[in-house]
Ligand binder design. Sequence first.
Ligand SMILES: [Zn+2]
Length: 166
Amino acid sequence: MSHKLTYSETKEYMISTNEHSKLELNMIGLFDIIERNGITVEFNSFPLNVIGITTYDKIYMNSRYLSRMDIFYYAFIHEIAHWLRIKKMGFETYVQKYLNSEIEEFCDFVIEEEIIADRYACIVGEYLNKDSRTFMCFDQNLGDEINQFIYKKHMRHLHTSLPNDY
Ligand SMILES: [Zn+2]
């Protein structure tokens, strides 16, 4: 899957692929959340080792990962959590957190948001599918100090870069 697909093409692809898959994910429920919250999603194939990126306007999902539907589905709910959080905190606060904070404060903020997004993805994934086992393994487990330390090391280059949330 290398070209850009529209929202409805991708939705159709995800629903029909899922019908023939033993994963049996609740796709309709996922798209319900997106549409009920008026979330703008763009599916594109970008050459990054990232499944989703959320900005103030949009969730970008990397269609290169559509072949890994289980993790793509989890990451999608994770990004929805970021989107809802960003809308709740408002544009000003969001930009301030990224551009006008010290490195330690910035790292703590991002880690906190990551933990919240992972929890949301696990809880909503479980709620939609009546099963938590599929989803728990994708949690980044950032409540753990060692994982936080590793995450911070990888995150320093993001400070004062574009206000994107990975
Ligand atoms: Zn995230």
